[in-house]
Design a binder for this molecule. Structure first.
Ligand code: 6PG
Length: 247
């Protein structure tokens, strides 16, 4: 079966409904594991509403914070108090208020280079998952957004990083897209090593790229799917091309 055929599509009425639906799926994933749940967060603007929701009732009381570990699919190589920082955004929106500090696994940005940060993050992930990615999913849930060019995390179309098959994380000096800061990103094999990959896509500006992904164009977003799990595209109505139906 192709990656395309395995995608489930859920269309939410608006951005608030999208955040609610994402919170419910995230919560369900924290309950479906006998071991502590491993959740990989995404950056960008779309997930902010979800993150803020998680810090409010009823999700705040429901989520078993002690047994959830939070990771990041990518980050901008800036300090966490910089407004461009993905980890900083998630920390301010919900993690600092809700998650035990030892369960927050941000990508280091206080080291010399993005490559060094990638190497250290890879080691940290190996400590949680000391086995090949093919043997078992690494993450219970990977959240992803899609860029207007079809990138996911910081894997931009046509770049070596997007085609990396060996390394778990890579440094990216030139993002080619705003914000123009170096990045660190997990690679596709790692992002795909998930029980669920959940895309969060909102707004009319995403409709064209969603159409290209569902037409099968070769883009990182097209190739990002749970290798042995569920891939869900959760869109708001504005982001959904007219011919895209819920499945
Ligand atoms: C980042 C991201 C990136 C993002 C998409 C969509 O660090 O910028 O992780 O991959 O998810 O660019 O971003 P929006 O939600 O802002 O559209």
């Amino acid at each position: 079966m192709s990656a395309q055929a395995q995608r489930r599509v859920i269309i939410a009425q608006d951005a608030q409904a999208l955040a609610e639906a994402a919170a419910a799926r995230l919560f369900a994933r924290t309950r479906q594991t006998p071991h502590p749940a491993m959740i990989c967060l995404t950056g960008g603007t779309t997930p902010k509403q979800l993150y803020q929701l998680l810090a409010t009732s009823p999700w705040r009381e429901r989520i078993p914070w002690q047994r959830v570990h939070w990771f990041f699919g990518d980050d901008r190589f800036v300090p966490q108090d910089d407004e461009l920082s993905n980890a900083g955004m998630a920390r301010r929106a919900f993690l600092d208020a809700c998650a035990p500090p030892q369960n927050i696994h941000a990508i280091r940005t206080d080291v010399e280079t993005p490559d060094e940060a990638a190497r250290l993050y890879e080691l940290e992930l190996h400590a949680f998952h000391p086995m090949p990615l093919e043997s078992a999913p690494l993450f219970d849930l990977v959240l992803l957004g899609v860029g207007s060019d079809g990138h996911v995390a910081s894997l931009f179309p046509g770049t070596d990083a997007a085609n990396e098959t060996q390394r778990w994380a890579v440094g990216i000096e030139d993002s080619g897209l705003a914000p123009f800061v170096p990045r660190v990103s997990l690679t596709l094999p790692v992002l795909c090593a998930a029980r669920e990959v959940l895309f969060l896509v909102a707004g009319e500006s995403k409709r064209a790229i969603v159409g290209r992904v569902f037409d099968g164009d070769d883009l990182p977003a097209t190739r990002a799917h749970a290798a042995r799990g569920e891939t869900v595209w959760l869109l708001d109505r504005a982001a959904a091309p007219p011919n895209l139906k819920e499945t």
